[in-house]
Design a protein around this ligand. Structure first.
Ligand code: HAS
Length: 540
């Protein structure tokens, strides 16, 4: 029916999975190099492939997948896009794609080996920063397409509560737009002029602070689409309903409020930021844990209620009633389970004293391979298994469903081995972002080697997982039998939801106040007490 909307979403998903193919290959190479088992040919540098891996998987796969999924969710629940939204959506897609090609080319030419956080004073070619600017600006066009569709719906349905999935998609994109103001600030006013030679030096602390103003909400921009599926789609897959429409909306609003003013928990060991402001942002970080706990509660409730409806008895009998053979449920469910240890690791990171132990160790890499690369990514795979055939007019066959569950098991085994050994080696002091070295055969460094070998084994199993998921995705996109695959949306009974939950004036005012409280004084301090700015370095 809505062919234009379908093509728009699909185009984003195709770019996302292409990024997975290239970024995954870089991941395999880098675990092998790090374990000491491989030397890269033709002068290719370890940090170059690490940058390819981080940028393609952390920034490109996620942004394209999420925007494609958000478009599809809004169209599914609020109706086909107007011409205006379609044009804005395609403009966004092309600007982002051109930006991606610019930045990726510079990385492949080894002129932007600055890792995915592109911290100053490491300097990249100016085209890399310009490419990133295009990606961000393009995503704003996509956001404008979504907001325009949402406003249109509200105009057509005065006084009604918007569909839950649309509301969640709008929170996610508003979070992204407000967060990207920080990264746009550092790229446009600091990194671009500096890499072009217009200014000679860069203020590193301000740049990193602007980056983390963006970088932390970025991780919730990754998480919220997974939560959309958990709250509003999975209940339908298991034949149930959303536990509470109001609770789901409140949890998304809490993410909007608390995920931005917390960037300092990535900068706890950095000088130049007063301890009081770090403390305040750590308190706010613990506030952002609350909506995740609400999510866990509400998911358990949905699962249990459904299981009991199906006649389950005893304390845990409902677990047996869940549709374990359905990849649309099982694959994201594994992601949910992974979030229990992953979230616990996050709480450790956020605790100031424990952060001193784990910061800049490979523990942190283990943390985000559980959060992003397991919880979020497995949910994205689970979504793709019905979304891609839904968009291409095909069906998820029994064989592909079975393969999808096998894929998730392979992924879990590979990631389990890799991430556990990353956490363990991190506690033994192994640094993150470092190529293979025995540090002059120092005993401490020699103790890390078995864990690095385990990482290589886990990483190789994961690569098999990547081949499997790509095989499934290509089959679903081009070869599965023609048919109709539904986009499942659970009933949430939004009629009783308090109207205040959709009163943007309230929430955006609180958000602005929180951001100003958390960041104003530290920024003034940075400007007034700025240490000498750095001239910068190049790794290339
Ligand atoms: Fe994090 C570093 C703190 C969540 C990603 N994080 C990172 C980096 C990334 C990342 C990429 O405070 C590295 C950045 C870099 O390159 O330097 N993180 C947290 C905290 C949370 C958290 C407090 N992180 C995430 C998520 C990510 C992500 C989500 C991506 C998607 N993280 C940090 C800190 C650092 C950090 C510090 C900096 C470290 C440093 O020093 O550099 C929290 O949001 C976590 C809350 C979650 C929970 C779990 C709730 C459980 C649920 C599962 C329900 C399951 C069910 C099924 C119902 C408390 C919702 C169960 C059924 C059964 C039957 C059992």
């Amino acid at each position: 029916s809505d062919t234009r909307g379908r093509s728009l979403s699909l185009a984003h998903l195709y770019v996302a999975y292409s990024a997975l193919a290239l970024g995954g290959l870089a991941g395999l190479l880098q675990v092998l190099v790090r374990s000491g088992g491989l030397t890269l040919p033709a002068g290719i540098d370890y940090y170059q492939i690490l940058t390819v891996h981080g940028v393609l998987l952390g920034l490109i796969l996620t942004t394209f997948f999420i925007i494609g999924f958000l478009h599809a969710s809004i169209i599914r629940t609020s109706g086909p896009y107007s011409n205006r939204s379609i044009v804005l959506g395609w403009l966004g897609f092309w600007i982002m794609l051109i930006g991606t090609i610019m930045s990726a080319s510079m990385i492949l030419l080894n002129e932007a080996t600055v890792l995915y956080t592109f911290y100053a004073p490491l300097m990249a070619h100016w085209l890399f920063y310009l490419g990133l600017t295009f990606v961000v600006v393009g995503s704003w066009f996509s956001g404008a397409a979504m907001i325009s569709a949402y406003r249109h719906w509200r105009k057509e349905h005065p006084g009604q509560t918007s569909p839950l999935l649309t509301f969640m998609a709008i929170i996610t994109i508003v979070l992204w737009i407000i967060a990207t103001l920080g990264v746009a600030g550092t790229v446009l006013f600091q990194l671009l002029p500096w890499s072009l030679g217009i200014v000679e030096r860069v203020d590193v602390l301000t740049s990193r602070t602007l980056f983390w103003y963006f970088g932390h909400p970025l991780v919730y921009f990754w998480l919220l689409p997974a939560y959309m599926a958990w709250y509003a789609i999975i209940p339908k897959v298991i034949g149930g309903r959303v536990f509470s429409d109001s609770l789901a909306r409140l949890s998304f609003l809490l993410f909007l409020l608390f995920s931005i003013p917390v960037g300092f928990h990535h900068q706890l060991v950095e000088p130049g930021i007063d301890a009081f402001w770090k403390y305040l942002q750590v308190v706010l970080t613990f506030m952002v844990v609350i909506p995740s706990l609400m999510t866990a509660f509400s998911l358990f409730a949905t699962f249990e209620i459904r299981g009991r409806e199906l006649g389950a008895k005893g304390l845990f009998g409902w677990l047996r009633k869940l549709p374990w053979k359905d990849a649309r449920f099982t694959v994201p469910f594994i992601g949910m389970l992974a979030f229990i240890p992953a979230g616990a690791g996050g709480l450790i990171n956020a605790s100031n004293q424990m952060n001193q132990v784990v910061h800049n160790t490979i523990w942190v890499t283990g943390h985000f391979h559980l959060t992003l690369a397991t919880t979020v990514v497995l949910t994205f795979f689970g979504i793709s298994y019905w979304l891609i055939p839904h968009l291409t007019g095909r069906v998820l066959t029994k064989e592909m469903n079975r393969l999808a569950i096998i894929q998730a098991i392979v992924w879990t085994v590979g990631m389990g081995i890799m991430s556990l050994s990353m956490h363990a080696a991190g506690l033994l002091g192994a640094p993150r972002r470092s190529a293979f070295s025995t540090y002059g055969d120092a005993p401490q460094a020699l103790a890390w080697i078995p864990y690095q070998a385990a990482q290589a084994i886990g990483g190789t199993i994961l690569f098999i997982g990547i081949i499997l998921v790509l095989y499934i995705v290509v089959s679903l996109a081009f070869f599965s039998p023609k048919g109709t695959e539904t986009f499942p949306v659970a009933d949430s009974g939004s009629a009783k939801t308090p109207k205040a939950l959709e009163d943007w004036r309230i929430w955006l005012t609180i958000l602005t106040a929180l951001i100003l409280i958390a960041y104003s004084v530290p920024f003034i301090d940075m400007i007034q007490q700025a240490p000498p700015a750095s001239k910068g370095y190049r790794l290339w």
